[in-house]
Design a protein around this ligand. Structure first.
Ligand code: ATP
Ligand code: MG
Ligand code: MG
Ligand code: MG
Length: 477
């Protein structure tokens, strides 16, 4: 079943059940505390927290998402992309647990000829929050699931909260057993590759205090209006229904992967490391396309830094596959052709989108070779000297002069079994920033302002916070 069809069936199912179809919001999060839209619920936060009255009692959407926290998983697990699409249904004070479980069960088990996904009932497992007996009972009543396929989990996996005082609630996740060839028995608590999480149902039911480490919070009372927020991974359902092994082999991604393989002259499936690189390329090119489509441009901080990192990581992966020529003009149009049916603006805006991506590759290509040589020399030297880390000033020089995002240097170092002296790197970054500020001030006042240096000297080392904001997505999930 094509991804487009899976998406259509989802929206149809919920529209037929009284949900208003809401178009995807931008990847640039409408919630100012988040860098990116990381889940289908993000555009609905004001309604879910009760700050605003929802315009509809029920809604459904297919939301574009970016999760930078999953970047290191890409290509290594079968199920994590930096960009993916989350199908969701939402109830704002309307139906609750029973409705959410019934709607989900109907869609996943309804036969394919009847508009459903047709998953065999005996392949479905679920998890519930450890004390959520109500949800466990509903899974038995609605779906007839046996006890052994209803597993219980704690706060970390099965409780939704923002970390702040406010709404919270248990969730229940739906898994599909991909079969013993993918891992051991025992359900999702044992193996999340064999038992693939496809759908998360969140039951926002209570008002809680802030959540400290572990299970440390107190339920203050019931929410005046109980809400449902669900998220189903479109790509995950697609790879199950398309009978392929992972999300990089689905119809919306595979052609880009194949182009990377063709350019390199290597066969996908022949060598593990090369396969991971091809998946990384296919994922990162698609994510970059979608990000630029939503107006992000490469830069050294915030969203632009994420985009820069994705594009440069892809260029480097192609290099490791043996391709030294320009790659984006070969790869990006393929990714666009895969995505344009769902997002027609990618086609009409492609001249702009592609010029941003091509310029970024050109900029990186100008310095990549020399930068790599400098890195190799420094890495050899560090190893010869018996050091465990690459010096911070090398990382700084690679960043400053050769445009290597620090995460790239960290990755390259890790490949050599080395760490990086990050504290020193951050100090140099801070010093540089302060210098730039002082310069700007001097330009304004016409003379050098030494107070910035003095403050810096007196304050001692300052922590580098340039990419900490990328971690804020944990606030939502
Ligand atoms: P996982 O445990 O596999 O990392 P998750 O629990 O972090 O997933 P949720 O936050 O519950 O995921 O998001 C809802 C759904 O979105 C998941 O059930 C999954 O189908 C999908 N999903 C989450 N992260 C990704 C990703 N990086 N790539 C593709 N699909 C994803
Ligand atoms: Mg996750
Ligand atoms: Mg999970
Ligand atoms: Mg989940």
């Amino acid at each position: 079943m094509e991804t487009a069809e899976i998406r259509r069936r989802f929206l149809d199912h919920f529209e037929q059940n009284g949900h208003t179809v809401v178009p995807s919001a931008s990847l640039i999060s409408p919630d100012p505390s988040l860098l990116f839209t990381v889940a289908g619920m993000v555009p609905f936060i004001p309604y879910l927290t009760g700050q605003q009255a929802a315009p509809w009692p029920r809604a459904t959407s297919v939301q574009k998402c970016i999760r930078t926290g999953d970047i290191d998983e890409v290509g290594k697990t079968t199920r994590h992309g930096t960009f993916f699409q989350m199908n969701g249904n939402f109830s704002f004070g309307d139906y609750f647990k029973e409705g959410a479980i019934t709607h989900a069960w109907d869609l996943i088990t309804k036969s394919r000829s009847d508009g459903g996904y047709g998953f065999p009932e005996d392949k479905i497992w679920v998890t519930v929050y450890h004390d959520d007996d109500e949800a466990a009972e509903l899974w038995k009543k609605v779906a007839g699931l046996p006890d052994e396929r209803i597993q219980r989990r704690g706060l970390l996996d099965n409780y939704w909260h923002t970390g702040q005082p406010g709404p919270g609630g248990p969730c229940s996740e739906i898994y599909v057993d991909r079969g013993p060839e993918h891992g051991p028995d025992g359900g999702p608590v044992v193996d999340e590759d064999r038992f693939l999480e496809i759908w998360n149902l969140v039951f926002m039911q209570e008002q809680i205090t802030d959540v400290k480490a572990k299970d440390d919070f107190v339920v203050v009372g019931d929410l005046p209006s109980k809400n449902i927020d669900t998220g189903m991974g479109l790509e995950r359902v697609a790879y199950l229904l398309q009978g392929v092994d992972n999300m990089y082999e689905i119809d919306q991604v595979r052609p880009t992967l194949q182009r990377a393989a063709d350019l390199s002259g290597k066969r996908y499936g022949a060598n593990h490391d090369d396969d991971v690189r091809m998946r990384v390329v296919a994922d990162h090119v698609r994510s970059s396309l979608m990000l630029i489509g939503d107006g992000v441009t490469p830069s050294n901080e915030g969203r632009g830094y994420v985009l820069r990192r994705l594009l440069r990581r892809s260029v480097r992966a192609m290099r490791l596959l043996g391709v030294d020529t320009t790659t984006m003009p070969e790869l990006l149009p393929v990714a666009k052709d895969c995505m344009k049916a769902a997002y027609p603006e990618l086609e009409s805006d492609f001249a702009r989108i592609s010029s941003v991506a091509y310029a970024e590759e050109e900029a990186f290509r100008r310095t990549l070779q020399t930068g790599t040589q400098i890195f190799d020399l420094a890495a050899d030297e560090a190893k010869r000297a018996g050091e465990f880390a690459l010096p911070g000033d090398t990382a700084f020089k690679l960043h400053d002069t050769y445009g290597f995002p620090i995460d790239l240097t960290l990755e390259m170092a890790a490949e050599q079994g080395l760490k990086v002296d990050e504290a020193h790197f951050r100090r140099l970054m801070t010093e540089q920033r302060e210098r730039a500020k002082a310069d700007a001030k001097a330009k304004k006042t016409g003379r050098a302002d030494l107070s910035a240096y003095r403050q810096l000297r007196d304050a001692g080392p300052t922590p580098f916070t340039g990419y900490e904001e990328l971690e804020t997505e944990s606030r939502v999930r």
